[in-house]
Design a protein around this ligand. Structure first.
Ligand SMILES: Nc1ncnc2c1ncn2[C@@H]1O[C@H](COP(=O)(O)OP(=O)(O)OP(=O)(O)O)[C@@H](O)[C@H]1O
Length: 497
């Protein structure tokens, strides 16, 4: 390694520009506030005439029972008479087998879709239904924890604030972020903080099934529906009824299948493969992707209507290297949970912590956890030192494994280079700030170019070291094999098939 490319660990850290996470709620940036939809019910006739209440809940129950949300004294109203359910953008009025019935447009109904401005009748009382939308400013919370998600960076605290609002609603959520950055953990926390918490949370990896199997995996199949279908199979939607489905790697879902998927999301009606009739399910959807879905939509690899249906709330979860402030808390948390007994917990020196904060973490928090797990075993009861970590993180001797040098993304010194030494080669990647026309390059574009170059060099070298063995390369890089395949394809290092 040349002197120039030696990392300066423990030196003063220059300020790296804080990148706000992109958080959009129903297409509006969070900075414009959070649109909160409230349902308003006004009783217009009968003994409760004039009673007006607003609700934020996904299910509003009307009846004579004091446990109902809108409690009515009209003697023709049953104890649990009817309920209004929010289903994504829609609202449904459902009669709960009341004695005197629920009426809409003069007809007794079992269930009907309600639009703002509609009126309906429970027993003899007429009720007006409306929806109000308020823009609510979302302050950044002081909390450093949301369920089991830990972090104190401004990015995470903003996300905690929005989760506070979003989790109890039934809004579908799309989380974008690199592998290992905590997308599944956020999905699980959303479920745990919703009224669905006691119902199933089912994870479905869209990249794990070929297009031909997607339908039977998601919707189930009847016995004999196709050769090999020796039993009736309950699909993911059926198993998750009442709960939440987390669709991981959503960007990988076969485009042909997306129309069917969207139909089920819109209607809640599922038909098993080979089945004669359909049944209704009620699920909330949280999805994750490490690709930019908007780009996929532009490239016509992802349906726009499905994107709009799912991305009611969209988070961009920043990679760990962009939120080093989270590392001390995360390191402490992992030391606590991984050390077992207190006296087995090694100390972490300040220099060691700074080393962790200077490192680029291609495998994000998953990799941090793995490194600490190993350190706990190796340094049992002693100290985790910067020296140990440097060795450990340099173990493969590859570029990304080097702790970050101060020359990365330093706005004041734009022409500095990131020296990457691998297999005796010195690779220099410029952090250009101007294009060939002399026009400034946006921070994001410059960073993407640099990261692309880095990914390619890193993968080429690691593959070479592992004699092109993909499994070994994924293991050394501490990334998921499927993610590695995608990166290899992206950089043309592997044939498409
Ligand atoms: N903020 C956090 N606090 C505590 N643990 C975290 C945090 N973020 C991630 N983790 C832990 O890091 C590991 C990886 O997280 P997770 O599986 O949620 O990432 P992911 O983005 O879904 O990854 P992939 O894209 O590869 O599926 C898990 O063990 C998770 O518990």
């Amino acid at each position: 390694m040349t002197k120039e490319s030696m990392p300066k660990i423990g030196g003063p850290r220059k300020t790296v520009e804080f990148q706000r996470p992109t958080v959009e709620v129903e297409g509006h940036p969070l900075s414009e506030g959070f649109p909160l939809h409230k349902v308003q019910l006004e009783v217009q006739t009968g003994s409760d005439k004039g009673k007006t209440e607003t609700f934020e809940k996904p299910v509003i129950r009307l009846g004579a029972d004091p446990l109902c949300d809108l409690v009515m004294t009209d003697p023709t109203v049953s104890r649990m008479h009817a309920e209004i359910r929010r289903k994504g953008d829609h609202f449904e009025l459902i009669d709960l087998d009341s004695t005197n019935g629920t009426f809409f447009d003069g007809e007794r109904i079992k269930s009907v879709e309600l639009a703002p401005g509609d009126g309906f009748q429970v027993g003899r009382s007429l009720v007006a239904f409306s929806v109000t939308t308020e823009q609510i400013a979302v302050p950044v919370t002081d909390r450093t924890r949301y369920g089991s998600i830990i972090g104190q960076s401004q990015a995470l605290r903003e996300i905690f604030s929005i989760l506070d609002r979003v989790a109890p609603s039934d809004l579908s959520v799309v989380i974008e972020g690199e592998t290992g950055s905590g997308k599944e953990l956020i999905a699980a926390a959303i479920h745990e903080h919703s009224s669905r918490a006691s119902k199933p949370f089912v994870v479905f990896d869209c990249s794990a099934f070929p297009p031909t199997l997607l339908e039977s995996e998601l919707f189930g199949h009847e016995k004999g529906a196709f050769s090999g279908a020796s039993q009736r199979h309950r699909g993911v939607f059926e198993r998750a009824d009442g709960g939440t489905i987390f669709f991981d790697e959503l960007g990988e879902m076969d485009i042909e299948f997306q129309a069917k998927f969207l139909r089920v999301l819109e209607t809640g009606d599922v038909r098993r493969v080979g089945g004669e009739s359909s049944f209704t399910v009620d699920v909330r959807v949280v999805a994750a992707t490490n690709r930019d879905l908007e780009d996929l939509v532009k490239e016509r690899k992802f349906r726009q209507d499905l994107y709009y249906r799912l991305a009611k709330v969209r988070f961009n979860l920043p990679p760990l290297r962009d939120r080093p402030e989270d590392i001390p808390l995360l390191a402490d948390h992992f030391l606590n949970i991984l050390a077992g007994e207190e006296n087995a917990r090694p100390l972490m020196t300040e220099d060691a912590l700074r080393t962790l904060q200077a490192y680029a973490w291609p495998g994000n928090i998953r990799q941090l956890r793995n490194v600490i797990e190993k350190a706990v075993a190796m340094c049992r009861g002693g100290a985790i030192t910067a020296e140990y970590l440097r060795k450990e993180l340099n173990f493969a001797g590859f570029p990304s494994q080097q702790p970050r040098t101060e020359s990365v993304a330093l706005p004041a010194e734009p022409q500095q280079t990131l020296g990457l030494s691998a297999n005796g080669r010195l690779v220099t990647v410029g952090t250009e700030i101007e294009d060939s026309e002399g026009e400034p390059i946006a921070f994001r574009d410059a960073k993407d170019t640099l990261v692309d170059k880095f990914e390619r060099i890193y993968l080429e070298n690691l593959l070479e070291r592992n004699k092109q063995n993909v499994s070994a390369t994924a293991r050394d890089a501490q990334i998921d094999r499927r993610h590695l395949y995608r990166l290899l394809k992206k950089h043309g290092l592997m044939a498409d098939d």
